[in-house]
Ligand binder design. Structure first.
Ligand code: PMP
Length: 428
């Protein structure tokens, strides 16, 4: 593959954008090389500025559950744009998508729309603190909840890829209110509750982790968190920015049958436009301004283009009875195909998979938390990444990311991917 134009465009970008990108993982720092510049995308494929075609397993980091340029979303955005792109006034569209969201997700009465997953998680924490009148939160090492200060404490995704889990600029004052536990380890959570009695407002957790690769919760983990929150009178926040409307129509609450108190959304809910949201029962949501005292706002929140895109996306997901099954079958097929190849080549690996999320770690130990995820061989991952890229398969440029399977992927695309793994395995 030739990446000549992408290389030139990256040099131009580096002159005027820090590191040449507007979000760090895009820069390929963890794997080396030049990021490819997207020109267009359709269905399962993304096309770069050099004219290369890639089967896409990043899918804008999650939103494109139904493939790129999904026609109902594209048409809704075009139609809506003709009516004006923002008003800063309420529209009936916002109620429509809120009603749909509330009908799909268990255990929520009201939903507030924002512009990103970061905003959703940041606001959820403020709401939890305002509601509970307590200040500390518990998060898990390797979980990523966006880049607001309270969460940049041993965060996953780009924050760990770049080796700066505790970002400069986050004050000690903020950091002291974020307590760290280990994913899939209830004892580590219980210890924090015992040591900080009556001080913990909430636990925030990715109910299926996707920012240290894909790590599903072990049996009893989410149920245990629910119990601890009940026992210590803290709120349980599910960050379903990745998993919402993806792993089940009602997210992980539905999939695992565990109720959260506040749920955060992003990615799929906006159909590829900048949208996030958080939701809860009435008693919690009514504490938010203007009904209550906890302030939260946004000039572009509920933006009509974003709401139109999200509405078409959620409608399509709700109406498609076979969707979740198809996604899971495709993911399973890819898992089995890759596992067969890697076994035959005697390569140490662990593949984690749940629904339409999957990731490959190059290690033998089971990957259940940040420590075990970090034990993977990064040199092998780099070779794997570039080998796949050069064969037209675009996976996330870091082992600390999940791959996202879309409904647009055909079995031929999956076979092409497995064939690429077969070739790359010889180089590992
Ligand atoms: N929470 C989770 C679980 C995420 O995966 C992400 C982004 N990858 C975020 C929050 C932050 O979302 P955004 O990038 O839209 O701010």
């Amino acid at each position: 593959m030739i990446y000549q134009r992408s290389s030139a465009l990256f040099k131009d970008a580096e002159r005027v954008i820090p590191g040449g990108v507007n979000s760090p993982v895009r820069a390929f720092k963890a794997v080396g090389g030049t990021p490819i510049f997207a020109k267009s995308a359709s269905g399962a494929y993304v096309y770069d500025e050099d004219g290369n075609r890639f089967i896409d397993y990043i899918n804008s980091w999650g939103p494109m559950l139904l493939g790129h340029a999904f026609p109902p979303v594209v048409n809704a955005v075009i139609d809506r744009a003709r009516e004006g792109t923002s008003y800063g006034m309420p529209t009936k569209l916002e109620t429509e998508i809120a009603e749909l969201g509330v009908s799909m997700v268990p255990n929520i009465d009201k939903i507030r729309f924002v512009n990103s997953g970061t905003e959703a998680c940041m606001s959820a924490i403020r709401l939890a603190r305002g509601f509970s009148q307590k200040e500390k939160i518990i998060k898990f090492a390797g979980c990523y909840h966006g880049h607001s200060d309270a969460f940049l404490i041993q965060a996953g995704s780009g924050a760990v890829t770049f080796g700066s889990p505790n970002s400069p600029g986050v004050t000690q004052g903020t950091a002291k209110d974020t307590l760290l536990a280990d994913y899939n380890d209830l004892v580590s959570v219980q210890r924090l509750f015992k040591a900080n009695k009556d001080e913990i407002a909430a636990i925030i957790v990715e109910p299926v982790a996707g920012n240290m690769g894909c790590i599903p919760p072990q049996q009893g983990f989410l149920e245990g968190l629910r119990q601890l929150c009940d026992e210590y009178d803290a709120l349980l926040i599910f960050d379903e920015v990745m998993t919402g409307f993806r792993l089940a129509k009602g997210g992980v609450q539905e999939l695992k049958g565990v109720d959260a108190d506040i749920v955060c959304f992003g990615k799929v809910i906006g159909g590829g436009l900048p949208v996030g949201a958080f939701a809860a029962r009435n008693e919690i949501m009514d504490v938010l301004a203007p009904s209550g005292p906890v302030y939260q706002a946004g000039t572009l929140s509920g933006n009509p283009l974003a709401m139109a895109a999200g509405l078409e996306m959620l409608k399509a997901i709700k109406l498609d009875k076979g969707l979740m099954n198809r996604l899971e079958e495709k993911t399973k097929y890819l898992h089995q195909g890759m596992a067969d190849v890697l076994d035959r080549h005697n390569i140490d690996y662990t593949i984690n998979r749940i629904g339409s999320m999957i990731s490959v770690h190059f290690c033998t130990e089971e990957v259940v938390d940040f420590k075990t995820a970090a034990a993977g061989n990064n040199d092998t991952f780099k070779t794997f990444f570039h080998g796949m890229l050069n064969r037209g398969i675009y996976i996330a440029p870091s082992a600390f990311e999940s791959w996202f399977i879309t409904d647009a992927l055909s079995y031929q695309d999956l076979n092409e991917t497995i064939a690429a793994v077969e070739e790359v395995a010889k180089e590992l």
